[in-house]
Design a protein around this ligand. Structure first.
Ligand code: GDP
Length: 297
């Protein structure tokens, strides 16, 4: 299960404090060393860990916490609050266009779960907003991607605009948007090409689609299982595309959690959704406070 190791280690460090009646500065320092190691082992970015430990320590030692009636409990609360802050404090909703359609461009490396997430997002919008999304199949390099999107579209009841694999993706998007305008779709989800790694040709293509479509939301799908690599990918995409949000997929797997805890702090971009399984309804809005509670167990 996700975060298992991290939860266990954090609980271990904090329960030692709980067992003590009076907590000293040395106890706090010891707990912070253990928490620091736990976070690093969970693959959290080292600078994020450093800042986190510094703030928690200052808050725990620098105020009346140690003299209070329940110092351990208050330190747990501080850790909880700072973990929540690390992940962005509050849920950030989808950016919407004042007039239809709201255009959402899905980007990400191959295998991260982009096409699946496009389907999940369509499902979410249909269910929660009674939306009428149109999905555009602009990944022409992986022929199976178009069929995959069409299958997903049929399952969720969302039309898929496609022009096969012989047309330039920018042109596909142009015509797809024209179709959405005709049909008055309120959302357009653009499924773009992925690669095994970031390369210039891909980034150029995405930048061209971006210039044409001017999406309200550029959602980067990253695989939580890849840890720090997910954070590097997010930085790479963000430097070219100005992503507006992140979907962290495969949180149902046994990820150590580093990506969930670092992406916001490193890139400044909010995690908006998490993928919790392969099924189309397994997409959750990301609430930093709930995730923190889950991590603390
Ligand atoms: P794409 O290449 O980025 O479009 O990736 P796909 O959407 O084809 O997904 C790649 C694989 O990851 C598929 O087998 C999906 O079923 C799986 N997948 C996607 N999201 C999740 C998730 O949140 N949890 C799990 N367990 N699997 C997922």
């Amino acid at each position: 299960m996700a975060f298992e190791g991290l939860t266990e280690r954090l609980q271990g460090a904090l329960s030692k404090l709980r067992r003590k009646g009076k907590v000293t500065e040395a106890d706090v320092n010891q707990a912070m060393r253990e928490i620091r190691l736990a976070l690093l082992e969970a693959d959290v970015n080292f600078k994020v860990v450093k800042d986190f430990i510094k703030v928690v320590k200052e808050k725990a030692i620098g105020t009346e916490v140690l003299e209070s009636l329940s110092p351990a409990q208050q330190i747990v609360k501080i850790v909880d609050e700072e973990l929540t802050k690390m992940m962005g404090e509050t849920a950030v909703p989808l950016n919407k266009s004042p007039k239809i359609p709201t255009i959402i461009m899905m980007v990400g490396l191959q295998g991260a779960g982009k096409t699946t997430t496009a389907g999940k997002l369509a499902t979410y919008l249909i269910k929660n907003e009674k939306a009428r999304p149109l999905m555009i199949a602009a990944d022409i390099y992986r022929p199976a991607a178009i069929d995959q999107l069409k299958t997903v579209g049929e399952q969720v009841g969302a039309p898929v605009f496609e022009m096969g694999t012989d047309v330039n993706p920018v042109e596909i998007v142009r015509q797809g948007l024209a179709q959405a305008a005709l049909q008055k779709n309120d959302y357009v989800l653009i499924d773009t090409a992925g690669r095994l790694q970031i390369d210039e040709a891909l980034m150029q293509e995405l930048a061209d689609i971006n210039d044409l479509a001017r999406p309200n939301e550029t959602l980067l799908t990253v695989d939580a299982m890849t840890g720090q690599a997910a954070v590097d990918v997010a930085e790479g995409f963000n430097s070219r595309l100005d992503i507006t949000g992140v979907v962290l997929t495969k949180l149902d797997g046994d990820t150590r959690g580093g990506a969930a805890l670092s992406i916001r702090a490193v890139t400044g971009k909010p995690i908006k959704f998490t993928g919790q399984g392969e099924k189309l309804n397994q997409l959750d809005v990301f609430y930093p406070d709930r995730m923190s509670s889950r991590i603390l167990g």
